[in-house]
Ligand binder design. Structure first.
Ligand code: C2E
Ligand code: MG
Ligand code: MG
Ligand code: MG
Length: 284
């Protein structure tokens, strides 16, 4: 009867949840093993100066190619790394790998590294960054740390102090995914950010939604009046790029200019740009 069906449904539901918990645990073990085995990779996405069209640098983005499940998005495994504490060793590896790579690039190029709010729980974060910079020989002003608003949530005094320590090392601090949080403007008062990264959700709606276009223009103007650089994320069309250029946005990043790519392609791209620029410089 109805009771039996209810029990059955409940039973199935419990089984499904157990299966999910187990699948999650298995994936956590896989992540631990993958990290230990060196199976995590960093890809780098180009960031371009709007004015000259030249490379400004690259954002380092984590990649995990799972042997059975194929490519797993950082949007899925970074939260898992945060829950298990793996984000600390993985985050330090990301920093060291990205800084070592960038140290071999021309001086004009910087590297951006994403920091998880969870990494700020570790009180030695700034010390770690300082050590990595010293060990890799990367000039601190060529490292940009991208944080999200969560880091400054609830006026977290310890996180704010950590941000100031990071800044005093000479690194640049960017606010990522700007506009998606609850009180984005307030955070701009609590810390002197070097850069605002305008979230992709605004950029992707720019051409079809007058509100999105107006918000993007307002963010660029806000940045200009506060002395904060603006980078727009997720540009996929020429039309979006033209809007951003007209708005006065400083830098752009998106599939239109380049997808995140492995280091070999990064080095080739840098060499190609240098080769293009060389004859022009001689002509001047
Ligand atoms: P994010 O820092 O905002 O990075 C930008 C994301 O937008 C990247 O996704 C990038 O591949 C994607 N993207 C760039 N241009 C376009 C475009 O034109 N169209 C579309 N549809 N997407 C574009 P990805 O690599 O999947 O990373 C997702 C998020 O995972 C990142 O967002 C960041 O929050 C996090 N993440 C990635 N790597 C790391 C890391 O090393 N450490 C930490 N803590 N988080 C990371
Ligand atoms: Mg980012
Ligand atoms: Mg972002
Ligand atoms: Mg994001």
């Amino acid at each position: 009867g109805a009771k039996g069906a209810g029990r059955n449904t409940h039973h199935c539901f419990t089984l499904a949840m157990e299966a999910e918990v187990q699948a999650r645990r298995a994936l956590e073990q896989d992540l631990r093993a993958a990290f230990a085995a060196g199976d995590l990779e960093l890809h780098y996405q180009p960031v371009l100066l709007v004015g000259s069209g030249r490379l400004a640098g690259f954002e380092a983005l984590l990649r995990w190619r799972h042997p059975e499940r194929g490519f797993i998005s950082p949007a899925e495994f970074v939260p898992m790394a945060e829950e298990t504490g793996l984000i600390d060793p993985i985050g330090e590896w990301v920093l060291r790998t990205a800084c070592a790579e960038a140290a071999s690039w021309p001086r004009s190029l910087r590297v951006a590294v994403n920091l998880s709010p969870v990494q700020f729980r570790n009180r030695t974060l700034a010390e770690t960054v300082g050590r990595v910079l010293a060990e890799t020989g990367l000039a601190p002003d060529r490292l940009e740390l991208e944080i999200t608003e969560t880091v400054l949530l609830a006026e977290n005094a310890a996180n704010l102090a950590a941000l100031h320590r990071l800044r005093s090392l000479g690194t640049r601090i960017a606010m990522d995914d700007f506009g998606t949080g609850y009180s984005s403007l307030g955070y701009l008062r609590s810390f002197p950010f070097d850069r605002i990264k305008i979230d992709r959700s605004f950029v992707s709606e720019m051409e079809t939604e007058t509100q999105a276009a107006a918000i993007v223009r307002a963010i660029v103007d806000l940045g200009a009046s506060l002395g904060i650089l603006t980078t727009a994320e997720g540009i996929e069309t020429e039309g979006q790029f033209q809007h951003l250029r007209a708005a006065g946005c400083d830098e752009v990043q998106g599939f239109l200019f380049g997808r995140p790519m492995p280091v070999e392609r990064v080095r080739r791209l840098i060499a190609e740009e240098a080769a293009e620029a060389a004859p022009a410089r001689r002509a001047v």
